[in-house]
Design a protein around this ligand. Structure first.
Ligand SMILES: [Zn+2]
Length: 294
């Protein structure tokens, strides 16, 4: 599932390609009407003024007062095919679609621009594009409920939220988008490794200093991911279909079970915490006595 850094990578990648460009036509797959919510007439003949992001939602503001809110959910992709092949851009759920001929059977919406086409592909059909007045974006339920992102939040606020969720495992608290926005499974595991804290530790037992390390870890691993996501995109669009994993560029524990800890050499373990597959180093992240390995 695309997480916040991937959506930020898309925002950065699309900005130079579509800002100030005019949309001349919108084609929606008739079998998945839900993929495009709103009036096509509010999009056609408008130009893109800005590409923004709120949490995992991509917001394409148009110069006519409307915004296209795009949520990729599980398997969404945005693929740009321009007049110049070197401008081709693809991001989101990685698959060989990135280099296939388009549109294909997973294409839900084509946004035809004067100088290229933006394809919204979505194999599992949970993603959507919603057209709404720009001024109403902040009232959308899942945007209104979004907590601050790691960059916007200070240690005191996160510490006080951890205190309120006293008995919950810290990993569950970090995954709660109403506590802090943008941390999915990968970034929760990586932030806790950074802070040398076991994912099952009760949130209320952490000191303000420990919470500060988690926040620092979240910022640093997400930035590293955004930076490497940018460079990975160049690989995705190679004609040979190479996809390359951005994970390999920064993950210290995620999907590294059975391999040595990069800090101490101990074998990384995988367990379940908060119902999610969880990766940690048993030496760097000492388990609390109440932790029972699943
Ligand atoms: Zn270790």
């Amino acid at each position: 599932m695309p997480e916040l850094p991937e959506v930020e990578t898309i925002r950065r990648g699309l900005t130079p390609l579509i800002v100030k460009k005019k949309i001349v036509q919108v084609e929606v797959d008739p079998t998945t009407k839900k993929a495009f919510q709103g009036d096509e007439g509010n999009v056609v003949d408008a130009s893109v003024s800005e590409v923004r992001r709120r949490g995992k939602a991509l917001l394409i503001d148009l110069d006519n007062g409307y915004t296209m809110m795009i949520h990729l959910r599980m398997t969404g992709q945005l693929i740009w095919r321009g007049a110049n092949e070197e401008d081709n851009f693809a991001a989101g759920h990685p698959s060989k679609n990135f280099t296939d001929a388009l549109p294909n059977k997973q294409t839900r919406v084509n946004f035809v621009f004067e100088e290229g086409v933006l394809y919204f592909n979505d194999q599992r059909k949970f993603g959507f594009v919603k057209v709404l007045p720009t001024g109403e974006v902040e009232q959308e339920k899942f945007i209104a409920e979004l907590a601050k992102e790691p960059w916007e939040m200070d240690v005191k606020e996160l510490f006080s939220k951890c205190q309120k969720h006293g008995k919950s495992p810290i990993k569950a608290v970090l995954l709660d988008q109403k506590v802090i926005a943008g941390l999915g499974n990968i970034y929760a595991d990586e932030s806790l490794f950074y802070a040398s804290l076991h994912p099952a530790m009760r949130a209320g037992e952490l000191s303000e200093e420990q919470v500060g390390l988690i926040l620092e870890g979240a910022r640093s691993v997400m930035m590293a991911s955004i930076d490497s996501g940018g460079s990975t995109m160049a690989t995705y669009v190679k004609p040979d279909g190479t996809t390359g994993s951005y994970l390999e560029n920064f993950a210290q524990v995620f999907r590294r079970e059975g391999r040595p800890c990069l800090r101490c050499g101990e074998t990384i373990l995988k367990t379940r915490v908060a119902g999610r597959g969880t990766h940690y180093c048993p030496k760097c992240q000492k388990a609390p006595e109440y932790f029972k390995d699943a």
